[in-house]
Design a protein around this ligand. Structure first.
Ligand code: C5J
Length: 228
């Protein structure tokens, strides 16, 4: 048995069925001129996790494990954007408006892309989603089942919005989820901290949390064990 040292207790790595989920590491949330900044947020908190997510991505690529990237975005005619979402927020730019990186939160626009440091490569899955949760109106569940994924290592932004919503949705679908503490970020550090606590409260009611170093250490032992 290979374990990741985690909270609220160790996370058992499966022999098969492990995948990496990277949520919404998009220019729209991390770069100036995007949706996040238009809402008045300080984007610097989000940039801090980029090297850590890169390290995990590199390791999952080396181990040839399935990798799933999500993108929050809408069709150019905004037909998949509920009016409630369109009207919400009192930012200087709304969804669909033209900003310095193209139209805000619209699929295919430069600002909607995943940041270059984490660009998906061939054989990685990219799921675009109109909502905060990655299971809402997407084929993610089918994809995970087809790939035989039962255990998800989760990273990305923002912790209390798209990350937490997705982790709850995955948990309800029977996935064993671990959120990487230093590979997720919020515009509000207190919200991030509270989310981590909520997830692992009550004996891991939504799942586990661990640092990237703990995850990488677990994966190194896992690789040795599989090779033996
Ligand atoms: C938000 C997200 N915060 N990816 N999206 O609107 O968390």
């Amino acid at each position: 048995m290979v374990l990741i040292s985690a909270q609220p207790y160790d996370y058992e790595l499966p022999v098969k069925g492990l995948g990496l989920l990277i949520i919404d590491m998009q220019r729209d949330f991390l770069e100036p001129g995007g949706f996040g900044e238009a809402l008045g947020n300080d984007i610097s908190y989000l940039r801090q996790i980029v090297p850590t997510v890169q390290q995990l991505l590199k390791t999952f690529r080396r181990l040839q494990l399935p990798i799933f990237h999500t993108i929050e975005g809408h069709a150019p005619d905004l037909s998949d954007c509920p009016n409630s979402k369109l009207q919400r927020g009192k930012g200087n730019l709304k969804i669909g408006d033209r900003g310095s990186m193209g139209r805000i939160l619209v699929l295919g626009e430069p600002g909607n892309a995943i940041i270059p440091e984490l660009s998906p490569i061939a054989r990685e899955f990219v799921i675009s989603k109109p909502g905060k949760g990655a299971f809402c109106r997407t084929h993610l569940e089918k994809l995970l089942n087809e790939q035989g994924v039962s255990h998800l290592i989760i990273t990305g932004v923002t912790t209390e919005v798209c990350v937490q919503t997705t982790m709850r949705e995955a948990n309800d679908r029977g996935m064993e989820c671990l959120l990487v503490e230093d590979a997720t970020a919020s515009y509000f550090p207190d919200f991030k901290q509270s989310t981590l606590e909520m997830i692992r409260a009550q004996g891991g009611i939504i799942g586990w949390t661990a640092t990237a170093a703990e995850v990488l250490e677990g994966l190194a032992s896992w690789q040795v064990k599989l090779a033996a």
